[in-house]
Design a protein around this ligand. Structure first.
Ligand code: 5GP
Length: 347
C-alpha cells in the first residue's frame, strides 16, 4: 500500500485568476478549436463540446439541434439506437457532428459491422466507451478498431492517469476520454472507493496526451459554464457534458409533471434504471454505479448552449485569451479550498 500526498484538485477547488488583457469585448473571442487528429488525419473545426453518450442526452434530436446551431459542437449518440434508426440518421444528417458509440461487447461490434456494411459513407467518429479503461483487453480493443477503421477518428476511455492515456493513444486513440467518478449521476466513488479529482486528472492526462500529439476530452463533473472554462484552462481539448444538457426538449426519456413543475428523469448509464431498461436488470455479479435524478425541464438546448458559450467567451476575456486555444496557457488557478471535502460529487 502507498499513499500519494500530492494535492489533487477538483473544479470546485480552484478559480481562474484574472489577467491583464487587451480584449475589449467578448465578441472578439474565438471559442472554436481546430485540430488534425493524430491517427485519422481528419480535420476538426468547431466548439469542442460533446454531448455525452447517455440515453437522455446523446440523442439524434440533440445532434440535429447542435448541427442547426452551426458551431461545430458534437454529440456522442447513445449506443442503444437500433441499426435502422442509425442508418436512417446518418443517411439524412451525415456523420460530421456525431460520434458513433460502442462498448466492447460482441453485440456492439456486430451492430457496428452491420452498420458499416449497409452505410455507404460509414462513420467519421467513433467513441469507444467503457467505465474502466484500465483493463488490458481495452487497449487491445482500441488497437483492433484502429486497424479496422484507419480513417475514423477514435475517442476512447475512460481513464484518469497519464500512463494509461499514453497507452491508449499509442494503441490508436486520437482522443482519450478522462474521468472516473466525477459524473453528476455517477456513484462509482461511493460504490468502489475509486476515482481521481477531475481537474488534476485533466491537467496530468492532457500533458501526457499532448506529448504524443493526442488529445483529451474531460468527461464529467461540469455543473456550470465556469467548470468548462476550468477544464479547458487545465488543458482539455474537448469537454463532454451529461447533466448540463439533461432536461431539454431534445432529450429522450421519462418526463414528469408534479406540483405545476415539469421534470425529466436523468439516469446514469450504469444505474439500476439503465440496466433494467437495456439488460433486463442488474446482473448478479455487479452493483449499480449510477443513480437516477430528476432535473427541471429546461426548454430548447440552443439557449443553454448559448449560455455555456457565453460563459466560456467571458472566461477568455478575463484572462486575455483571444482564442480558446490560448486559455490554458493564460490560466493560473488559485486554490480556494484547503481540503477535498466533497470528492463524492454533487449530492
Ligand atoms: P456529467 O456531465 O453528468 O457530470 O457526467 C457525464 C458523464 O458521466 C458521462 O459522460 C459518463 O462518463 C459518466 N456516467 C454516465 N452514467 C454513469 C454511471 O451510471 N456511472 C458512472 N460511474 N458514470 C456515469
Amino acid at each position: 500500500m502507498r499513499i500519494e500526498e500530492d494535492v489533487k484538485l477538483d473544479f470546485k477547488d480552484v478559480l481562474i485568476r484574472p489577467k491583464r488583457s487587451t480584449l475589449a469585448s467578448r465578441k472578439e473571442v474565438d471559442i472554436g478549436r481546430a485540430f488534425t487528429f493524430r491517427w485519422s488525419g481528419q480535420a476538426y473545426e468547431g466548439v469542442p463540446i460533446v454531448a455525452a453518450n447517455m440515453d437522455g442526452v446523446g440523442t439524434m434530436d440533440m445532434a440535429r439541434a447542435f448541427a442547426q446551431m452551426g458551431q461545430g459542437a458534437t454529440v456522442a449518440l447513445h449506443k442503444h439506437y437500433k441499426l435502422d434508426a442509425l442508418l436512417d440518421f446518418y443517411k439524412k444528417e451525415g456523420s460530421k457532428n456525431v460520434w458513433y458509440s460502442i462498448g466492447v461487447a460482441d453485440a456492439d461490434v456486430e451492430k457496428l459491422d452491420a452498420f458499416l456494411k449497409k452505410s455507404p459513407k460509414g462513420i467519421d467518429k467513433l467513441c469507444i466507451d467503457v467505465a474502466n479503461g484500465y483493463a488490458e483487453p481495452f487497449a487491445d480493443f482500441v488497437k483492433k478498431m484502429r486497424e479496422k477503421l484507419p480513417d475514423v477518428t477514435i475517442m476512447a476511455g475512460n481513464v484518469v492517469t497519464g500512463e494509461m492515456v499514453e497507452e491508449l493513444i499509442l494503441s490508436g486513440a486520437d482522443v482519450v476520454k478522462v474521468g472516473i467518478g466525477p459524473g453528476s449521476v455517477c456513484t462509482t466513488r461511493k460504490m468502489t472507493g475509486v476515482g481521481y479529482p477531475q481537474l488534476s486528472a485533466v491537467i496530468e492526462c492532457a500533458d501526457a496526451a499532448h506529448g504524443l500529439k493526442g488529445l483529451v476530452c474531460s468527461d464529467g463533473g461540469c455543473t456550470v459554464p465556469g467548470d468548462l472554462a476550468k477544464a479547458f484552462g487545465a488543458g482539455a481539448d474537448f469537454v463532454m457534458l451529461g447533466g448540463m444538457l439533461a432536461g431539454h426538449d431534445q432529450c429522450e426519456g421519462e418526463f414528469i409533471e408534479e406540483g405545476g413543475c415539469k421534470y425529466a428523469v436523468f439516469y446514469g448509464m450504469s444505474s439500476g434504471m439503465a440496466m433494467e431498461k437495456h439488460a433486463g436488470g442488474v446482473a448478479e455479479y455487479r452493483a449499480s454505479e449510477g443513480k437516477a435524478v430528476r432535473v427541471k425541464r429546461r426548454g430548447d438546448v440552443a439557449a443553454t448552449l448559448q449560455e455555456i458559450l457565453g460563459g466560456l467567451r467571458s472566461a477568455c476575456t478575463y484572462v486575455g485569451a483571444v482564442k480558446l486555444k490560448e486559455l490554458s496557457k493564460r490560466t493560473t488557478f488559485v486554490r480556494v479550498t484547503q481540503q477535498l471535502n466533497n470528492v463524492f460529487g454533487a449530492e
